[in-house]
Design a protein around this ligand. Structure first.
Ligand SMILES: [Cu+2]
Length: 351
């Protein structure tokens, strides 16, 4: 009987139990408070009811009572706050080694692309027991990627990436909903999360792929001519992109930003916004020239040339961060010097 009348969705991710525990705690606390209020209303109504010949008398306040009924709720609220913060940070912090999947939302479908190149629409295949990080954007309006059984939901915005992650704990097929009203067919913007045993998943993954997303990105990088400026030596007119991902980048305006997915994306679509120190504003925007999927592929490619050896990742990050940056800045200075020295002979030739 109770199986046919579930109170909440199945718990199918490592986060689900944490969210449910907090939710049940909130239900118990608020339920007990509501009960207390109702009991006191009935008790006081009976105890202090109007009686013939008895007059109401003024009751002075009680400091002890006020301290008690302020302190206890305060402590309960602080427990809710701290517990909620712990669950929130768990949900908001994808593990560093999570498998990355790109999601593009549009009216009214979900387009999914795996790092290995597999593409899906309104479906997402994932293996059980592996951390999966979704890097999501929208090509039109705001959507929201909601998997009730995993207890995760994240808005998907046009013009930037948002991220959510999960680790599925049970094979099965779970609902995917758009949870942000996004137009007439919003209610039809649904899909399935298909959680498979690792062997099954590998078999699915090996069928009909178009090649790794990063290889697609490399092809686009070449086709768009990016490589003519973003050279892998120090002679390029644009920054060398090898090893850039995840590192701090010094900007022309003095700020330092981290080269994450959103930064790379912004550099492709609005190159002037956060220009790297030492480089000229010569890069054209690719806004309107590349699709969201192509931007994802380019970002995946730039990441792949930064993180090619995950095993050495920590050492590379620590050891090369500073030299990389200074190389890039040196390169910029060299280019400026070159530009000046190039300009000189040209002028003399003209004369
Ligand atoms: Cu939607």
């Amino acid at each position: 009987m109770l199986n046919n009348f579930p109170l909440w969705p199945e718990q199918a991710s490592t986060l689900a139990a944490h969210v449910d525990a907090l939710y049940i705690f909130l239900l118990i606390v608020t339920g007990m408070m509501a009960l207390l209020v109702f009991v006191l209303i009935i008790f006081f109504a009976a105890r202090y009811r109007h009686r013939p010949g008895v007059r109401a008398e003024q009751i002075e306040g009680s400091n002890a009572l006020e301290i008690v009924w302020s302190t206890i709720p305060f402590l309960i609220f602080m427990v809710i706050f701290a517990w909620g913060a712990v669950v929130y940070f768990k949900e908001r912090t994808p593990p560093a080694d999570a498998t990355e999947v790109y999601v593009v939302a549009k009216q009214w479908m979900w387009k999914v692309e795996h790092a290995e190149g597999q593409r899906e629409i309104n479906e997402l295949h994932v293996p059980v027991g592996r951390d999966v990080k979704l890097i999501m954007t929208s090509q039109d309006v705001i959507h929201s990627f909601y998997i009730p059984a995993f207890r995760i939901k994240q808005d998907v915005l046009p013009g930037r990436y948002t991220v959510e992650w999960f680790r599925a704990t049970k094979p099965g097929v779970y609902h995917l909903f758009c949870a942000e009203y996004c137009g007439t067919q919003h209610s039809g913007m649904v899909g399935s999360i298909i959680v498979q045993e690792p062997a099954q998943y590998e078999a699915w993954m090996n069928g009909g792929s178009t090649g790794p997303l990063s290889a697609t990105g490399e092809k686009i990088f070449a086709e768009l001519g990016c490589a003519t400026c973003h050279r892998t030596d120090t002679q390029g007119r644009g920054p060398n992109l090898q090893g850039v991902f995840g590192k701090p980048v010094q900007l022309e305006d003095g700020r330092t930003v981290t080269a994450d997915e959103n930064y790379l994306r912004e550099c492709i679509l609005d190159p002037g916004a956060k220009r790297v120190k030492g480089f000229q504003p010569i890069m054209p925007t690719f806004q309107g020239l590349v699709t969201e999927e192509q931007v994802n592929a380019l970002v995946a490619y730039i990441k792949s040339i930064s993180l090619s050896k995950p095993a050495d990742g920590a050492r590379t990050n620590a050891g090369l961060a500073a030299p990389d940056d200074s190389d890039r800045i040196d390169a910029g200075a060299k280019i400026q010097a070159q530009a000046q020295s190039n300009a000189q002979p040209k002028r003399s030739q003209v004369q």
